[in-house]
Design a binder for this molecule. Structure first.
Ligand SMILES: Nc1ncnc2c1ncn2[C@@H]1O[C@H](COP(=O)(O)OP(=O)(O)OP(=O)(O)O)[C@@H](O)[C@H]1O
Ligand SMILES: [Mg+2]
Length: 732
């Protein structure tokens, strides 16, 4: 589809548009979508490009709408439109294989406008609020579990601290040394020791066992709470994703969004167990160990302990930050990488048509190189972290052993005390190292959770107005009054002062050149788009002030690009009305002239179909979409080129059945084949800039000898005498 001889726009989703200049003039729109999937090993990428279409199926694990759609329809109806991949590939041939990239723009690219709504960064206070809000459960059953787990953690840590002291006391008892008063909290140890060596050794063993049992019980007591938090948050985010506008970036990049959500859940888990049950108890244990050392061994040992703790923590924090920086970069590359695989597979045919396998593999390979660079830097930071920790710890152990040996020689400390020092340093290292791990994983988790919560911050631009009322449907009169819509970034006019009326139960057809705004007009009625000025009324009520739910209940739509779920045919049709019976589904399929075709399939209605499944023809997919829409009990029907891929006979069958089923329905039909809409009550001709050029009945428009007349004659010429002989299928 050619716009001007010297410019070429390519839009990747409504968000990303590339304007190319050059001798070749193409005006294309494409909606590129990615799927969620795991990342494939690098060697698999080229292997995948060499496989045939069937082998791709198992990899495409979630449903996704068609990846590409061309704005410009070919002038011959029925011909498939080239999509972004084809356009991109075609352009890459012309522009010396240049890539269609977001950053930097390709040569010849004047402007790159990203119209997708970006995710906003959360403030620290918002992150904290979100995290705390998710840590404390909202039911008492779960609160009791959390409190039990907290008790088990505290008691377990207490037992943990008892272990070295029990050992020291046992050794001193064996050596027959008099026992000194025990430090705060450990009074029971000398009392037991006074009853002999066996009780104190038994206490040592039981304390060790008790510590392990407390840790393990805590895990399963807490598990339902953690999973409940994850489940509730996940559902909330998913629900929110479905409420957002279609233009948000995360809708265009489902692969990345699914990964973001998955990492967010894991992050919540880490935070839940990390902050409440690791970080806080570890800090408390550190303080207690410090107190124990100074009480039992004196200020010098405590100072060594404090120096160890401080240098260990500082090093851990520094290197963890470094690691987390590379982790963030790694995550971004992971998302791009999985997106690349999915995009190439969805555009498999285009890759093959233009023999760009090597180019695709190179792009993937470049991402893998960045990924391995990032993995290298992460491993380096991790190694430095562990080496630093080990150096601090070993130095402290050596110094303290030397100090305690000197004290033993002076008679100030016993062998039991030397063991205690040794154990304490170990004891100190354990929480310090878990503090490092906790800090590390919590830092990563905060990043992941922040990303997930940032999804919740994106608000839909089209929502119920304050004081919106339910739509009261009294017949289905629709009025478009001076409706205007502009592209906010480019200022391009999409709909220009459109005014027309549809009487209840009548049929209005909308025709016009490709890209003139026909689909947008329909989207405005369904409130997928919001006019800048003007009004759309249904039965006298401005739809801007009616509740979205009540409005959308009244309108059934067969979109221009129907998408199917990766499920059975039955599931896909039944989706139109969850209350429909098996018979209803079959009747809808019959009306859409797809029932017989389905029965011929190996598994009939249980045949598995999906968006990327090549087993259905475009016409079959369109008929499935029609059947699905027929199940929705709505008094207004929108058909946006719903039968464009069907042959004339099937189209006649479908349209006649539709007319029968929708006898009292107010219909809006977008069509390119004028013969189909000849008998509509009113035909609206849109001009190239979204303005109403003409409107009236077929006979009236033919008399005018204007745009409609020219289009009719044009089609007659291209289809010979066929059009004149055509029976008008859709008539009132
Ligand atoms: N949300 C949007 N923001 C900005 N521009 C948009 C938006 N939606 C559509 N457009 C632009 O509006 C113009 C009209 O698009 P629309 O899909 O309505 O055309 P159409 O008449 O249905 O074309 P076709 O016959 O090819 O289906 C196009 O240039 C498109 O890029
Ligand atoms: Mg359209």
């Amino acid at each position: 589809a050619i716009s001007t001889p010297s410019t070429c726009n390519i839009q990747h989703g409504p968000g990303l548009r590339h304007r190319f200049t050059g001798p070749s003039a193409l005006y294309l729109k494409a909606q590129g979508r990615q799927l969620s999937s795991g990342v494939l090993p690098q060697s698999s990428a080229s292997a995948l490009m060499d496989t045939d279409t069937c082998t791709r199926r198992p990899l495409l694990c979630t449903s996704a709408p068609k990846s590409v759609q061309a704005v410009g329809k070919p002038s011959t109806p029925g011909l498939p439109s080239p999509g972004l991949a084809q356009a991109s590939a075609a352009l890459s041939q012309e522009h010396g294989q240049e890539a269609l990239q977001e950053e930097p723009g390709p040569p010849g690219c004047e402007t790159v406008i990203d119209r997708r709504d970006k995710l906003k960064k959360l403030s620290n206070a918002e992150i904290l609020r979100a995290i705390i809000g998710n840590l404390w459960p909202d039911t008492w059953a779960h609160r009791v579990r959390v409190l039990t787990a907290i008790f088990l953690v505290i008691f377990g840590r207490f037992l943990h601290i008892c272990i070295p002291f029990c050992l020291k006391t046992a050794l001193d008892t064996i050596a027959g040394r008099p026992l000194r008063p025990a430090p705060y909290g450990l009074w029971h140890v000398p009392i037991v020791a006074n009853h002999g060596i066996v009780p104190v050794i038994l206490m040592y063993g039981l304390t060790r066992l008790g510590y392990t049992i407390c840790s393990e019980i805590k895990e399963f007591v807490l598990a339902p709470v953690t999973h409940d938090v994850m489940q509730k948050t996940g559902t909330k985010v998913f629900q929110h994703l479905l409420e957002m506008d279609n233009r948000v970036k995360c809708h265009r990049e489902p692969g990345g969004t699914a990964m973001m959500m998955e990492k967010g859940y894991q992050g919540l888990h880490v935070m839940h167990s990390g902050v409440l049950f690791n970080l806080m108890p570890t800090i408390a244990e550190l303080f207690y160990v410090g107190y124990l050392m100074s009480y039992q061994l004196g200020g010098t040992f405590a100072t060594v302990g404090a120096a160890v703790a401080t240098s260990y923590t500082l090093w851990t924090v520094k290197m963890t930050k470094e690691k987390s920086k590379h982790r963030k970069k790694g995550n971004a590359i992971d998302r791009k990488s999985s997106g690349k695989v999915i995009d190439s597979l969805l555009n498999y045919d285009a890759v093959k048509y233009f023999q760009n396998e090597k180019y695709e593999v190179k792009q993937y390979n470049d991402l893998q190189t960045s990924r391995s660079d990032s993995a290298y830097l992460q491993s380096k930071a991790s190694a430095l972290l562990k080496m630093g920790q080990a150096s601090v710890y070993t130095t402290a152990l050596t110094i303290s052993l030397m100090m305690s040996a000197a004290e033993v020689a002076r008679g100030n400390l016993s062998i039991g005390d030397v063991v205690l020092v040794n154990q304490m340093i170990f004891q100190l290292a354990k929480p310090l190292s878990s503090l490092g791990t906790a800090f590390n994983s919590i830092a990563g988790a905060v990043t992941d959770v922040e990303k997930m919560f940032s999804l919740l911050k994106v608000q839909p631009s089209i929502k119920d107005a304050p004081n919106a009322r339910n739509l009261r449907f009294t017949g289905g009169r629709i009025d478009f009054n001076n409706v205007c819509l502009h592209d906010e970034e480019t200022g391009q006019r999409i709909l220009d002062n459109v005014s027309f009326t549809i009487e209840p139960g009548s049929t209005v057809a909308i025709v016009g050149p490709s890209g003139c705004g026909k689909s947008t007009l329909m989207r405005c009625l369904y409130r997928f788009a919001q006019p800048k000025t003007g009004q759309i009324l249904i039965d006298g009520q401005d739809i801007e002030y009616t509740k979205l739910k009540s409005l959308r209940q009244c309108i059934a739509v067969v979109p221009q690009e129907p998408s199917l779920f990766n499920d059975t045919i039955w599931y896909n049709i039944h989706y139109g009305n969850m209350a429909a019976t098996h018979e209803d589904v079959e009747n809808a399929a019959k009306a859409a002239a797809i029932h017989d075709t389905i029965l011929k399939m190996p598994a009939g209605y249980n045949t598995f179909v999906g968006e990327t499944d090549g087993n259905l023809s475009t016409g079959e997919r369109q008929r499935l979409a029609i059947a699905r829409t027929l199940l929705k009990p709505a008094p207004i029907l929108i058909l946006d080129e719903a039968t464009s891929a069907l042959d004339t006979t099937t189209e006649a069958q479908v349209l006649q059945a539709l007319k029968r089923v929708t006898a009292d329905t107010t219909c809006l039909i977008v069509a390119h084949r004028l013969s189909n809409i000849k008998m509509a009550d009113r035909i609206l001709v849109l001009g190239p800039h979204g303005q109403v050029q003409e409107q009236g009945t077929h006979a009236h428009l033919m008399k005018l000898k204007g745009a409609y007349y020219s289009m009719w004659k044009e089609q007659e010429k291209s289809e010979g005498t066929k059009i004149a002989a055509d029976k008008p299928f859709y008539s009132s």
